[in-house]
Design a protein around this ligand. Structure first.
Ligand SMILES: NC(=O)c1ccc[n+]([C@@H]2O[C@H](COP(=O)([O-])OP(=O)(O)OC[C@H]3O[C@@H](n4cnc5c(N)ncnc54)[C@H](OP(=O)(O)O)[C@@H]3O)[C@@H](O)[C@H]2O)c1
Length: 202
């Protein structure tokens, strides 16, 4: 398949690398085209599926420059977290609780089929879940069941075996609000190669 990966940071490049390794065609989008990147709009137009791996506070802006026409009714895999680093470390969530980045994207681009996933682990773990040493959970949330199904298949190709569907796009609230806890878990465990495993009686 063809993927447009918006974002030139660690996440964009790591996910793009994995997609290419799996045999997909990938274009990486940036504000300005470079040696191995194209502009956001070109990456979005190229992809049958689009990945949002931009700085969360600027994701809506980045998607606006990608353009509603290029995005159309495609599946958008939203990995971004709306972190605000303006007051230094640790970052705070720019908005949360009764709102989320995934919802803001979905409401700005109603035709897009937004699926929130992968934002709860670091970039290495996204594409190699075995790094944490045992099977752990990856979450998905979004309004479109078909889109979640497609993304779940892709997550399986990335190596995820335990995939929990948290329901409609508002499920992204908890996934994004997990970030402050993730930061403390990172400090406490001394490695970013960590994740949670949900154990339940059901
Ligand atoms: N790092 C991780 O392990 C990790 C894990 C989970 C989730 N996340 C989330 O994944 C996303 C990507 O993280 P990252 O660390 O790879 O990179 P990042 O530094 O958070 O984001 C880099 C991307 O954001 C774009 N960007 C920055 N400011 C912008 C603006 N004003 N307007 C439009 N685009 C702008 C940059 O565009 P240019 O290419 O033009 O510079 C670049 O493509 C973030 O939302 C982050 O919270 C990261």
């Amino acid at each position: 398949m063809r993927f447009g990966v918006l974002g030139t940071g660690t996440v964009g490049r790591t996910v793009a690398g994995k997609l290419a390794e799996l045999g997909h065609e990938v274009r990486i989008g940036s504000r300005t085209a470079g040696e191995d990147t194209v502009e956001f709009a070109d990456a979005a137009a190229f992809g049958e599926v689009v990945v949002n791996a931009t700085s969360g506070q600027h994701s809506v802006e980045a998607l606006r420059s990608a353009g509603a026409e290029s995005l159309g009714g495609k599946v958008l895999i939203d990995i971004a977290n709306p972190l605000d680093f303006s007051q230094g470390m640790p970052p705070v969530l720019a908005f949360c609780n009764d709102d989320s980045l995934a919802e803001r994207i979905q409401s700005e681009f109603p035709d897009l089929r937004v699926v929130k996933t992968l934002n709860t682990v670091n970039a290495d773990v996204m594409v190699d879940p075995s790094l944490v040493g045992e099977e752990t959970d990856m979450f998905v949330a979004g309004d479109d069941e078909g889109a979640k199904g497609e993304v779940t298949d892709l997550l399986r190709d990335f190596g995820w075996k335990r995939i929990l569907d948290l329901g409609d796009v508002t499920g992204a609230r908890g996934m994004e609000m997990y970030l402050p806890l993730w930061l403390r878990l990172w400090q406490a465990s001394g490695t970013g190669h960590l994740n949670v495993k949900v154990v339940s009686a059901g």
